[in-house]
Design a protein around this ligand. Structure first.
Ligand code: ADP
Length: 222
């Protein structure tokens, strides 16, 4: 599902270049659930951004779902991303002026809206948000917000979910609920890449990779 070969990312800043990723190689099979861990600043978010085609590497090859992402232009990446990848972030990133249903539907292409609306209602019902469809994010608990964000990530039936510390802002009970939803996606054959600092979250994954200073740490040394 994911193949990275010798991927590097250098950010240019006023204070000089920042080497966020330094020759990363990574293979994630379809249907695998992989946790990514490592200290703050080691490149975890950059890695997810590049796999998610939101950012481009400075060098190296990135393949996602069999496609060479580097050969796509930005419009191609955007449509690929919408069809193949769901994103979940620590801070939810919901649109505050849209309802719960509106937030989920915001991820859907206009032509696909009629069929997706029914699917969205079913997903939200399953996520115990059926009574919240017309509420706005400001009226929801943090756990509910993250469940809306996961519904949004799943609405286009992606093969891959990229989750960047999705439980970082949640209490243990809501965190477990969110991890259960990712587990269910995985059990139905979905691939999950989960960035997390938390032991309980990483324990849900099939395996863990560790990043250190923009490099994948030697598994035998972890
Ligand atoms: P992590 O998610 O592990 O905390 P990041 O991928 O966010 O790590 O960051 C890796 C390194 O790249 C850090 O040194 C960070 O300051 C730097 N960095 C991240 N994003 C940018 C950016 N847009 N511009 C400049 N430097 C960045």
């Amino acid at each position: 599902m994911i193949q990275l070969e010798n991927v590097s990312k250098v950010y240019s800043t006023a204070k000089g270049p920042v080497h966020a990723l330094d020759g990363v190689g990574l293979e994630v099979a379809e249907g695998e659930y992989v946790a990514v861990r490592g200290p703050s600043g080691c490149g975890k978010s950059t890695l997810l951004t590049i796999i998610g085609t939101l950012g481009t590497p400075t060098s190296g090859i990135v393949r996602v779902a069999g496609q060479d992402v580097g050969s796509m232009n930005s419009a191609g990446r955007a449509s690929f991303r919408a069809r193949q990848i769901g994103f979940v972030f620590q801070t939810f990133r919901l649109l505050p002026y849209l309802t719960v249903m509106g937030n989920v539907m915001a991820a859907v292409a206009v032509g696909e809206a009629p069929a997706a609306r029914q699917r969205a209602a079913e997903i939200l019902e399953k996520f115990q948000l059926g009574h919240r469809l017309t509420h706005r994010p400001g009226e929801l608990s943090t756990g509910e917000c993250q469940r809306v964000a996961i519904a949004r990530a799943m609405i286009n039936r992606p093969k891959l979910i990229l989750a960047d510390e999705p439980t970082g802002n949640l209490d243990p009970q809501n965190a477990a609920g969110v991890l259960d939803l990712l587990d269910a996606f995985h059990q139905q054959g979905g691939t999950v890449l989960l960035v997390t600092h938390e032991e309980e979250a990483a324990a849900r994954a099939d395996r863990t990779i560790s990043l250190r200073n923009g490099r994948v740490a030697d598994p035998s040394a972890v």
